[in-house]
Design a protein around this ligand. Sequence first.
Ligand SMILES: Nc1ncnc2c1ncn2[C@@H]1O[C@H](COP(=O)(O)OP(=O)(O)OP(=O)(O)O)[C@@H](O)[C@H]1O
Length: 287
Amino acid sequence: MNAIRVDKVSKRFGQKQALSSVDLSISAGEMVALIGASGSGKSTLMRIIAGLEHNEQGVGRVEIFGKPLQVGGKLDRNAREMRREIGVIFQQFNLVGRLPVLTNVLTGLLGRIPSWRGTLGLFSRAEKALAREALGRVGIPEVAWQRASTLSGGQQQRAAIARTLVQKAKILLADEPIASLDPSSARRVMDLIAEINRTDGITAVVSLHQVEYARRYCARTIAMRDGVVVFDGPSLALTNDFLRELYGTSSEELILPDAQAEPARDLKPTRDIAAELRALSSAWHTA
Ligand SMILES: Nc1ncnc2c1ncn2[C@@H]1O[C@H](COP(=O)(O)OP(=O)(O)OP(=O)(O)O)[C@@H](O)[C@H]1O
């Protein structure tokens, strides 16, 4: 069964054609890498699959487990429910820095509990136990009560993965989850995604800058250039020579080893905890 089906999806931002008639299908349980140089359209495609961005009006279709999520640029009326099935992790700004890690993980429940409970941050003992269990599973049980802003970049990504476990997402869309991490944290995050893909059968799509990680972790890679899919097949077929053929000079961006690790940018506290929860809860319930 297809977990994700993308049919003739296009997206334009002003003069920029970010995606041009993209077609792809991803089976339930696959772990697929999405690679491409900067600006090739990976994030836009991920956001459209997550229902966070509208596809170009009048054309194209995105289906999740056989049901339409958006058609011709309009979200289906069941889109909000369908988005519960999709966990999204970004390169940065995954967590609300001012909130404890446990509360951040609990926000994975916002799509499943009544909005008033989310707004007030009223989580049951069982829900908190579930969140603690998820933090244990991702290897950071000890940080549950720390502010998220105090975590390292790798820990933040693992907490974001714990949130998708609590969400009981069936699809994980990870948009450059390791781009800001040093190589050993990057491997730990990729190991974790691979482990939940294998053990829980979560369908995973991971966008990556470096092809090395695609070859190591994903049987299949989808490669994009200028908003078009230019390769869709076995990751091992993506030799450096083939990448040079596909991308010309911009292939260096994909082949070079990871750049020096950058510390994850600090998440700036902006509002008080109750306001953060209200905002998160209403974002879920109005989307
Ligand atoms: N909100 C936006 N407004 C205007 N242009 C946008 C917007 N989002 C993306 N773009 C443009 O669309 C193109 C594709 O961007 P996208 O972020 O999807 O690429 P990407 O492959 O994810 O790049 P990167 O690896 O740098 O994140 C780029 O030219 C980008 O500048």
